[in-house]
Write a protein that binds this ligand. Structure first.
Ligand code: SF4
Length: 369
């Protein structure tokens, strides 16, 4: 679709990481930690005859263990951290009035697009690292702190819906103390091939739970995989209520849905916050040109390069027709509606890491500058 036409790592040559990952999985001196992105779970079942949009997370966790991953965690937990940091950043910018609107930073194809085509807006991009990068930095810091108990070297492999995520991990601002936060990115398509090569039929695998502690995530972290999800998650944090009526009110502000550009206004305290959700890069220019011309005023702008968000990313199994998109989108919202924890700040593991591993290192581990 539109994303792949502009995606810098797309069409021409997509980096293949299956071979190097097999190699580290076979190395007994390496502890290999996997993290699974929100949108992967509703698509990875496609090539195994699992119903479209069904959440195959438990099966994927079991399959990853069988092919040799030592621990399996949830990028949704990383997304919870992103919600915490990005909502804080939005509040700070609203107070200072500087660099508004704040632009989301979790889609690397969008970040690159903005840097290249609209460099004048560079300072507007959130300093937050993306969920996979926050998570990778956390895992490596945790490993560093436990180095006396763990002789193996820790490597992080992300399972992502996206080819642009492969380029994101090599950007120097995503290094912590000179070390890559994430070592390899496998797309949903690549992990599908690895599971098939291992002779595993995902449809026949008994689902397993993720490892703890980083396997626990809120529903807000889950919806990062669809357009409008990041915005909805940040709004939940700022409204800070888990009452069903309030959650529903946020979902009805206009952030959900498949339109190219969605607008919403939310009352936060005595201030009206103006939001735009951009669904697909082809609509980003229109919004940025209007901001530049002073025709529109926003405080927060979410952009996802792929139409409908990561559920239709360039690393997801094809075909992705309208029915598949709809099923995946519904699958994502179902994970949220059945989640016991709705708000990122109510995730007890989030509280634990802020008081532990992250203490005093929030900026170093979770931000780019
Ligand atoms: Fe990747 Fe998601 Fe951005 Fe598409 S929308 S390029 S899948 S991060």
């Amino acid at each position: 679709g539109q994303c792949r036409a502009v995606c810098p790592t797309g069409a021409i040559s997509i980096k293949q990481d299956v071979e190097p990952v097999w190699k580290i999985l076979a190395d007994k001196n390496i502890r290999v930690v996997a993290q699974i992105a929100p949108a992967v779970r509703v698509a990875v079942g496609d090539k195994f005859g699992i119903k479209k949009g069904e959440n195959a997370l438990g099966r994927l966790v079991a399959a990853l263990r069988r092919i040799g991953f030592d621990e399996v965690y949830d990028t949704n937990f990383g997304a919870d951290l992103t919600v915490m940091e990005e909502s804080k950043e939005l509040v700070e910018r609203l107070e200072s009035g500087e660099n508004l609107p704040l632009f989301t930073s979790c889609c690397p194809a969008w970040v690159k697009f903005c840097e290249r085509k609209y460099p004048e807006f560079k300072e507007h991009i959130s300093t937050c690292r993306s969920p996979q990068e926050m998570f990778g930095a956390l895992i490596k810091e945790d490993a560093k702190m436990k180095a006396d108990k763990e002789p193996r070297k820790t490597m992080v492999v992300s399972i992502m819906p996206c080819t642009a995520k492969k380029a994101e991990i090599t950007r120097p601002e995503h290094f912590t103390d000179g070390v890559q936060n994430v070592d390899y990115v496998l797309t949903t398509t690549e992990i599908t091939r690895m599971i098939q090569a291992a002779g595993i039929d995902l449809a026949q695998v008994k689902p397993e739970a993720m490892d703890m502690p980083f396997g626990l995530a809120s529903g807000a972290g889950a919806i990062f995989g669809v357009t409008g999800g990041v915005t909805e998650a940040v709004l939940r944090r700022l409204v800070n209520s888990n009452r069903a009526e309030d959650l529903e009110a946020i979902s009805f502000t206009g952030v959900r849905g498949a339109e190219g550009i969605k607008e919403a206004t939310v009352q936060l305290g005595d201030r009206e916050v103006h939001i735009a959700v951009v669904n697909g890069l082809h609509c980003a220019s229109e919004v940025l040109d209007k901001i530049k011309a002073g025709e529109v005023h926003y405080d927060f702008v979410e952009v996802m390069a792929c139409k409908r968000g990561c559920i239709a990313g360039g690393g997801q199994p094809v075909p992705i027709g309208p029915r598949t998109k709809k099923a995946r989108m519904e699958g994502m919202y179902k994970i949220d509606s059945t989640a016991q924890i709705k708000l990122s700040n109510e995730n007890p593991i989030v509280t634990t890491v802020y008081e532990g591993i992250l203490k005093g290192k929030e900026h170093k581990l979770l931000h780019n500058k």
